[in-house]
Design a protein around this ligand. Structure first.
Ligand code: TXA
Ligand code: MG
Length: 346
């Protein structure tokens, strides 16, 4: 167990001492948890192989699952990777922000960071604390989500303290993450972009910038047993609550009727829409947001999955999200949490 230093950051420009302590920890090869606009990250100097190895140990993460490197300015990508025209277009449109781009790596990034791959994932976060930490440390910061491997990504101070107190050297907390789902990951193949993980930078938004955009089959489908995914993270089971998690698909009135009926057995928990709580009964509901508000649903999803795990529900139900807009990111996370279990309501 480490003696973790915990700082609550209200204003990263005024709290120089705390921010300098965290930046020094990065330079010294230590582990620092920091907020981003997507989820909290567990960071270390991306040019230091030993520091990167400690990230895998602290999370209990398999060492072949590569890390994203976080930079303070999108123009710095060229120091660490081979930058292409498509990268520049994406960077102009979406950085700083919730987009990660996979590029050919340069030697300065050790193989320990990229799980032995010859590519590296690059992201420039917009969160001011993340930005200031990277700027002050003068290092690229390798950071996966700051959860214990297999748990939902942390989106609140409570989550990071639960998972990382005693494992990281420094924890910076600054409230709940604005987006609540991890960044969109894009693989560039010439002028073509393949979405490996959907996020708040949507397919439609990417299509406004690049002509050829596609979505990897693994985003909505199930990998076959012997299949090698484009992104190693796709093969790991994620976010799964202990109780079986089932996604309900069908006409909204019929689904609500099913939930009300099923609630009578008092052994199920419903990740429902706000407006359904009264009908189902609030003791059995974890409302994730209004039906038409995907942003709120995205912000609440991981928190709801963590809460669901603390109840003694025998089964958890949720709504199958649409595959359009931000819905695709929700769909991707929920379908994996549910191990692809969908119940059709007729
Ligand atoms: O929003 C985010 O992206 C957060 C915050 C902290 O920035 N980070 C995050 O990191 O979600 P992580 O490690 O939990 O997820 C990164 C995913 C993994 O599935 C990994 O396999 C994939 O990105 N990845 C990283 N480098 C890759 C590479 N070179 N090629 C293919 N996939 C890569
Ligand atoms: Mg993760």
């Amino acid at each position: 167990m480490k003696n973790t230093q915990i700082f609550t950051i209200h204003d990263c420009l005024k709290q120089r001492a705390e921010m300098e302590t965290a930046a020094r920890a990065i330079r010294d090869g230590k582990l620092v948890v920091f907020p981003t606009e997507t989820v909290y990250g567990l960071g270390a100097d991306a040019t230091n192989a030993d520091a990167a190895k400690n990230i895998f140990l602290a999370k209990g993460r398999p060492s072949d699952n590569p890390l994203i490197i976080h930079i303070a300015d999108p123009d710095e990508a060229g120091i660490y990777a081979e930058v292409t025209e498509s990268y520049k277009k994406l960077a102009d449109a979406f950085m700083p922000g919730p987009l990660t781009v996979i590029l050919k790596k340069k030697d300065i990034i050790p193989a320990a960071v990229t799980g032995g791959l010859d590519t590296v994932a690059v992201r420039c976060p917009s969160d001011p604390v993340a930005h200031e930490l990277i700027r002050l440390s003068k290092k690229p910061i390798a950071a996966p989500s700051a959860n214990l491997s297999g748990k939902p990504s942390p989106t609140s101070p409570e989550h990071v303290l639960h998972d990382m107190n005693g494992r990281a050297d420094v924890i910076l907390v600054s409230g709940d993450c604005e987006i609540g789902l991890e960044s969109t990951i894009v693989l560039l193949k010439g002028d073509e972009a393949v979405i490996l993980r959907p996020g708040a930078v949507t397919y439609d938004a990417l299509c406004c910038v690049l002509e050829k955009v596609s979505v990897s089959e693994a985003v909505t489908g199930q990998l076959k047993e012997d299949e090698r995914p484009l992104s190693p993270g796709m093969k790991y089971r994620h976010y799964a609550p202990t109780a079986p998690f089932v996604l309900l698909d069908g006409d909204s009135q019929k689904v609500l009727r099913f939930c009300c009926e099923r609630a009578k057995d008092k052994d199920a928990l419903f990740l429902c829409f706000d407006e359904e709580t009264d009908a189902i009964g609030k003791d059995f509901c974890l409302p994730v947001g209004p039906r038409d508000d995907l942003r709120t649903q995205a912000r609440n999803l991981f928190s709801s999955l963590r809460k669901a795990d603390t109840t003694d529900a025998k089964i958890i139900y949720g709504h199958l999200p649409p595959k359009t807009g931000l819905g695709l990111a929700l769909y991707n996370r929920m379908i994996r949490a549910a191990a692809h279990t969908i119940q059709e309501i007729k």
